[in-house]
Design a protein around this ligand. Structure first.
Ligand code: UD1
Length: 365
């Protein structure tokens, strides 16, 4: 069975790694029905810190094809990716195309495949924030509607698909990010990042922001930075390229020495940094979930989230870019309840591979 996997941006790499590892394990077991994987990297993210370091950390194979699509508007990125992915798919004629998450590469890969009448599997299907101003929400909805296999991380995701009339080919598999996190946690503990940054476990905050609503609007960026500056906390701020540009363009400076701005980190170093943080502040989707799995309180700089369970369980609080709410949460937010096993137990990639091998296309859960 020939399978093409499409990745493009940072949040894709840790999702694809456990799937490729499971495929390798299956092939090495000597069973007759082997899977022949081929990896396309669209090149949406191209800096060392946004891409290559993840291939190194997660021991991902070199992509079979690199499309070099790079930056651009959403239409440019999606359009260029579709044109280039289509050429590869037409040449390779895979039995299945796997896309993950919700970035522009996800939608472009799915659209190119479905128009060539190739079955698409969407890993992390059914997520909804119901906020159309997020480009990712549009990518999620459209990708789900052109996929034949929909691998859902949570029950909520299965329910969301049902509301849109999608019931065929839907599987509750658990979340592949749990697989990635569990298999890398031990290696992450060996990282020297705390020593390198002179940090004491449980005595610092970590913040990541990159969403246009926080970076492109000066007032929001200013609110966030000034709340951090005003807090007495030590803050580690690995800066996404979009945010770096915005800080420069808007002339937003770190006013106090309590914020340490660093380059984006690789998977294992960042995992260690999160594991030992007092609280995590973020506008990322994946990091909200990782904070929950690790049991670190999360403050989310957004108005809505697709990971609703993390908020319902009291481990995540939505504060948007409101300075007052942000300061209040930094000082007082504490989780109210025990965590549950909502994202699965680290066997999502095994379930996904089994379903693919069973040739269950279109049969449904
Ligand atoms: C993308 C994803 C988002 C994900 C995020 C994680 C979409 C719609 N969004 O947003 O879901 O959470 O990645 O990082 O796909 N840039 C660099 N170097 C790089 C990559 C980007 O300088 O390696 C610059 C680009 O030139 C651009 C900006 O960063 O100016 C944003 O990159 P872009 O790919 O448009 O989207 P992200 O904001 O990273």
């Amino acid at each position: 069975m020939k399978v093409i996997l499409v990745v493009g941006a940072r949040p894709n790499f840790m999702k694809i790694a456990p799937i490729l590892k499971t495929i390798d394990k299956h092939n090495a077991s000597g069973k007759s029905n082997s899977i022949e994987p081929s990896l396309i990297h669209t090149g949406q993210h191209y800096d060392y810190e946004m891409s290559k370091v993840f291939f190194d950390d997660l021991a991902l194979p070199q992509p079979n094809v690199h499309l070099g699509v790079g930056s651009g508007t959403h239409a440019e990125q999606t359009g260029k990716t579709m044109i280039e992915v289509e050429k590869v798919l037409a040449r390779e004629r895979p039995d299945l195309v796997i896309v993950v998450g919700d970035v522009n590469a996800t939608l472009a890969g799915a659209l190119a495949a479905v128009k060539l009448h190739m079955p698409v599997a969407h890993v992390e299907a059914g997520l909804r924030s119901y906020d159309q101003s997020m480009p990712e929400e549009i990518n999620r909805v459209l990708t789900d509607h052109c996929s034949q296999l929909l691998f859902c991380p949570t029950e909520t995701a299965v329910g969301n698909l049902k509301k849109e009339g999608i019931i065929k080919g839907v599987y509750l598999t658990g979340d592949v990010m749990v697989d990635a996190l569990l298999s890398n946690k031990q290696a992450a503990e060996k990282s020297e990042i705390l020593k390198r940054l002179d940090l004491e476990s449980g005595h610092y905050l970590v913040i990541t922001i990159h969403r246009p609503s926080n970076t492109d609007e000066r007032e929001n960026l200013e609110n966030i930075v000034s709340a951090l500056s005003d807090s007495a906390e030590r803050v580690i701020f690995p800066v996404h390229p979009r945010t770096r540009k915005a800080l420069d363009e808007h002339g937003v400076a770190m006013r106090r020495g309590n914020i340490m701005v660093i380059d984006p980190l690789g998977y294992t170093e960042f995992l260690k940094l999160m594991t030992h943080a007092k609280k995590i502040l973020t506008d990322s989707g994946g990091i909200q979930k990782e904070a929950y799995i690790l049991g670190i309180p999360c403050i989310t700089l957004r108005e809505r989230t697709e990971w609703v369970e993390t908020v319902e369980d009291g481990w995540n609080i939505l504060v948007s870019a409101d300075k007052k709410k942000l300061i209040e949460a930094i000082q007082h937010f504490e989780p109210a309840r025990e965590r549950r096993d909502i994202f699965g137990n680290g066997t999502a990639s095994t379930s996904i591979c089994q379903i693919i091998l069973q040739g269950s296309l279109g049969k449904g859960a």
